[in-house]
Design a protein around this ligand. Structure first.
Ligand code: RM4
Ligand code: MN
Ligand code: MN
Length: 429
């Protein structure tokens, strides 16, 4: 395996910070021991935790107004993989990449799978794209894709999703994530019931094409690009669709896709209750689908989501296997730094939620001791788990401070010499 960062650089950096980290870890270990928690057990849990990174997040994102590329950003899937390898090498908790098609299209997927493996990376959910038209495409998605009035357009969207499954099989993925931009901008533009009927029929054809061990993750979103209504607008529509489609259909929660102030952690609990929690797109949000860095706006909400996930893990009912992915748009930062910081924020919330004294929480709930129930969460949330994450990272070969090593490596400046410049413009990629 040839990884992009120098092991010597990482070792040198870790050596310089080793004594301080040991000190912090030991001190936190003593604090946790007083509450009967074994810090090494939490560290093992953290070491086993991972989240996938999106191939499209490796480049600078943009808004519909503008995109401001940086020198050395990746221009194709090969360069994106290299950047994802940097993230995983330094952070050690993002070993899989979630690709998006046709953005990441290549001619040889067997070779792409091997290329990723050489970089220490596997593949996560495959994402289809029927929210944009591609050059030379026969039918436009301007009036919808899986729910379009036009049968040939729907068929084209179904065929694309089936092609994504075929690609995913070659890459070794097990999930297809389907988010459609279908919806309306005007009252009366489409019939709510009939457009959902068309979606269900087309999605059913995709569901039928899934291999036995695959899942189809339905991603709801209440607005954008359609601003009056969307076909799969919320978790209610999503779970109804998933229930109608069949057992391989599950719901995916993108944290930015809800109405403001919606109780997302409760949605997580509900979806799990009915065996339909399929996965997450982590990001943070102030106003809508802002795709800001995870944990940058509302880390407490992220913690509460993980609190529900740990409850679900301990009460698996029909199974508990959600796939975790980052889905962010890095408009003003270096995407590598943003994803390192985000993966750490996500793992921190996982660690904090793992520290919750569940017996105390449940006892307080059962005895209607509201304050003590809340304190059980508060106690865990306020613990600084950074030393646990750093120690798990170092033991896996990563860096104590990933962003510091990344900056020291001058990786982006080197890539600016090698890679061709990205064009200006607007949009996601
Ligand atoms: C959407 C949604 C999808 C993502 C696209 C790029 O808002 O979050 O998951 O694939 O953006
Ligand atoms: Mn998403
Ligand atoms: Mn989104």
């Amino acid at each position: 395996m040839t990884l992009p960062m120098s092991d010597d650089l990482i070792a040198e950096h870790n050596h310089a910070g080793a004594a301080a980290l040991e000190d912090d870890y030991a001190s936190l270990g003593r604090k946790l021991a007083r509450s009967g928690i074994d810090i090494d057990a939490i560290k093992s849990r953290v070491a086993g935790f991972s989240v996938a990174v999106p191939s499209w997040g490796a480049g600078r994102g943009g808004t519909r107004f503008a995109k401001f590329p940086i020198a050395g950003e990746p221009t194709n899937i090969h360069e994106k993989l290299e950047d994802c390898a940097v993230i995983n090498q330094l952070g050690r908790n993002t070993p899989r990449v979630s690709p998006h098609f046709p953005w990441d299209k290549v001619s040889d997927y067997k070779a792409l799978r091997e290329e990723a493996a050489e970089l220490g990376l596997g593949w996560d959910a495959v994402n289809s794209n029927t929210f944009q038209d591609q050059l030379g495409q026969a039918h436009t998605y301007a009036n919808g894709s899986l729910s379009a009035q036009d049968a040939a357009t729907r068929q084209q969207a179904v065929d694309h999703n089936i092609e994504c499954i075929e690609i995913g099989v070659q890459l070794g993925s097990k999930d297809l994530t389907v988010w459609v931009g279908d919806g309306t901008n005007f009252p009366g533009q489409q019939d709510f019931a009939r457009s959902l009927d068309r979606y269900l029929d087309a999605a059913g054809q995709i569901h039928a094409a899934l291999p036995d061990d695959w899942r189809m993750l339905l991603e709801h979103k209440m607005f954008e690009p359609a601003f009056y209504s969307t076909v799969i607008s919320d978790w209610g529509s999503s779970i109804l669709a998933a229930q109608e489609l069949g057992p391989k259909a599950k719901c995916l929660v993108d944290l930015g896709h809800h109405a403001p102030n919606v109780n997302i952690e409760q949605i997580v609990a509900r979806l799990h209750r009915f065996g339909k929690l399929g996965g997450f797109h982590f990001n943070d949000s102030k106003y809508g689908d802002d795709d800001l860095d995870s944990g940058s706006i509302n880390p407490h909400q992220l913690f509460l989501v993980f609190n529900e996930l740990i409850e679900a893990e301990q009460n698996p009912r029909d199974g508990f296997n959600p796939s975790y992915m980052i889905d962010q748009s890095h408009n003003v930062t270096d995407p590598i730094e943003s994803m390192l910081s985000s993966a750490e924020a996500i793992a921190q919330c996982f660690a904090k939620a793992s520290l919750v004294d569940r017996a105390a929480l449940h006892h307080a709930q059962e005895t209607n001791d509201t304050m003590m129930a809340f304190q059980a969460l508060r106690r865990a949330y306020t613990i600084d788990v950074a030393p646990i994450l750093a120690k798990a990272r170092v033991e896996a070969g990563g860096a104590i401070d990933p962003i510091a090593v990344y900056r020291q490596s001058q990786y982006r400046a080197r890539k600016a010499q090698e890679r061709k410049a990205v064009g200006l413009g607007a949009g996601i990629v």
